[in-house]
Design a protein around this ligand. Structure first.
Ligand SMILES: *Cc1c(COP(=O)(O)O)cnc(C)c1O
Length: 363
């Protein structure tokens, strides 16, 4: 029996994507070769790459001003590749810091230019999102993290700004419709909501490129990847293939509008349950709660282990919180069925009933 997979990433994938990927490992498109054995410059893989890129453009409704790239190195590489390409020595970039991933992006950007941290929720352990702040007009760009995977907060609208907007969307990419034309550059590691690890999506509006004076190593220069159609060197062939399958699944299921609807439904069920159970406590500000990663805790920390054991016995994985935050976390990415959320909600109710007296007594 398949487990309820609440992992934060690499994370759950649709069953039919797994089935097709498994088949392709043995015999890709009936060509008598595995997807793992074909050259990246073959027509076979060329079609995969073209389809993956065109699905991204279609799902996000991007104009031809944008290019879609599949690169190596994870979102972490983008922490440096973005400023290397967009921020010159002596220039300033604005960063909003609402979680540990944003902090890491800031640290890397400082290697290339000046960083103005225009908003930070560090004072309260990133348990909320700073939504009002000013961006200096001369900032080269504003960088945000749309969903804070570790802390469990999420931007529920796109912040208005007059400078180019750059977003790390690693953990909520393709989970909801947006006006993506408001962004100059978007990046996302594939392993949370759009595939498996090893490939990173970069969507870039071409007009922001080619403005810095520094020499950029060839493999780090987005323009070279654009020119080569994401085939500058050997791409992660299998990871691109799994991304293509996942994007195809999203389209078939109804696209971003449908993903957004399902995400709301799952998150509503989860948070309504959480709010009704005194044994548990939420961690972050209600208005900033993430629809993707719900963080919470057992009010009495002594009982946490018991709850985690119960999860394990009930076939649930990935419920333990990130080591830097502690507590519990339930990730509800696109491929997670509503039934899995229902299952953990039922378990939480059961646990609440068992321990309600204890919590009341302690209060
Ligand atoms: C997971 C994650 C990262 C890091 O991704 P890697 O692919 O491991 O480099 C960066 N930002 C966010 C928001 C994430 O969730």
């Amino acid at each position: 029996m398949k487990m309820h997979n609440f992992n934060s990433g690499p994370a759950i994938l649709p069953q039919e994507v797994l089935d097709q990927a498994a088949e392709a490992v043995l015999n890709f498109n009936n060509i008598g070769l595995s997807i793992l054995e074909i050259g990246h410059r073959t027509t076979w893989f060329g079609e995969v790459m073209t389809e993956a890129r065109s699905l991204v453009k279609e799902l996000m409704q991007l104009s031809d001003d944008y290019e879609v790239l599949f690169l190596h190195g994870g979102a972490t590489t983008q922490f440096m590749q973005v400023p290397m390409n967009l921020l010159d020595d002596g220039e300033t970039a604005a960063y909003s810091e609402n979680g540990i991933w944003g902090s890491k992006a800031i640290k890397e950007a400082k290697l290339f230019g000046n960083v103005n941290v225009v908003a930070s929720s560090k004072d309260k352990k990133h348990s909320y999102i700073v939504k009002n702040f000013n961006v200096p007009a001369d900032a080269k760009y504003l960088h945000i993290t749309t969903n804070n995977t570790v802390e469990g907060t999420q931007w529920h609208h796109i912040p208005g700004t007059n400078v180019p907007l750059v977003a790390d969307m690693s953990s909520d990419i393709f989970s909801r419709p947006f006006d993506f034309s408001k962004f100059a550059l978007i990046y996302a590691g594939a392993q949370k909501n759009m595939g498996t690890s090893g490939v990173t999506l970069v969507v870039v509006r071409k007009d922001v490129l080619g403005k810095v004076k520094r020499a950029i190593p060839a493999i780090m220069d987005y323009r070279n990847h654009i020119e080569a159609g994401s085939l500058l060197n050997t791409p992660p062939v299998f990871a691109v293939y799994v991304a293509m399958l996942t994007l195809g699944w999203i389209k078939k299921e109804g696209g971003l509008a449908e993903m957004g609807k399902r995400s709301k439904e799952k998150a509503n069920l989860f948070y309504n349950t959480l709010d009704a159970l005194p044994v548990f406590t939420p961690i972050v500000a209600k208005e900033d709660r993430s629809l993707m990663n719900a963080t919470f805790a057992v009010k009495d920390p002594e009982l946490e282990k018991e709850f985690l054991n119960l999860c394990k016995e009930s076939g649930m994985v990935g419920v333990k919180g990130h080591r830097s935050v502690g507590g519990l976390r339930v990730s509800m990415y696109n491929a997670l069925p509503l039934q899995s959320v229902q299952a953990i909600c039922d378990l939480m109710k059961e646990f609440n009933e068992k321990h309600a007296d204890v919590v009341m007594g302690n209060a």
